[in-house]
Write a protein of this length. Structure first.
Length: 201
């Protein structure tokens, strides 16, 4: 099936009985703001972060991300708001099993685990990709190596699920000295906000 657009996502939410017209815009804003998805030709495409989060949630909390559970809970909350149901028993029924699910998931490995790509031909060290603190990264070497691992951020359009070893190794070719300017090294690199050139320090 085609990827969701804003309109088709709202339609699907309506069909499943999830959310209300007043909440659809905020749902979409959260998906974009937290980088769970990216808009590509007006279609939502899951990011690496989004894939890792959904894999974790469906693996550990399937009951709570199930369409029927969400729709049923919203109906029960609507009944509370109309005064037809007491809120304390409703929350007790929800909280007991949810608290146990959280405790059971406490020792689960962080989502977005390592994906091995191969070996760096220059150093003979393993090359992996994973989700780092600030997004998807490539890494040469491991935490137990005597030599500190090298890291490089993946670029826009690259994914830890599809990047190849060759593409990952290219990320480590920068920063690179391309010449001299006024007696100082001229370096090119890619930073947090995109490509840049730097003279000296």
């Amino acid at each position: 099936p085609p990827r969701f657009s804003e309109a088709s996502l709202v339609k699907a939410l309506e069909e499943f009985g999830i959310g209300r017209p007043s909440t659809y815009a905020s749902i979409i804003q959260v998906l974009l703001f937290r980088d769970y998805v990216q808009l590509d030709n007006k279609r939502f495409r899951p990011s690496d972060v989004g894939r890792a989060v959904i894999n974790f949630l469906t693996g550990q909390f399937m009951r709570y991300v199930d369409y029927d559970f969400t729709a049923k809970l919203e109906d029960e909350l609507d009944a509370v708001s109309r005064g037809e149901e007491d809120w304390v028993p409703l929350l007790e029924r929800f909280w007991g099993p949810f608290k146990k699910a959280i405790e059971d998931a406490g020792d689960v490995e962080r989502p977005g685990g390592d994906r091995p790509l191969g070996t760096d031909p220059d150093s003979g060290r393993p090359v992996i990709v994973r989700l780092g603190k600030f997004g998807p990264i490539a890494q040469i070497g491991g935490p137990d190596d005597e030599i500190k691992p090298r890291f490089a951020s993946l670029q826009a359009g690259q994914s830890i699920y599809t990047i190849s070893l060759v593409e990952a190794l290219k990320l480590f070719t920068l920063p690179r000295v391309v010449g001299q300017l006024d007696g100082k090294d001229l370096t090119v690199a890619i930073g947090r906000f995109g490509p840049f050139a730097k003279r000296g320090e």
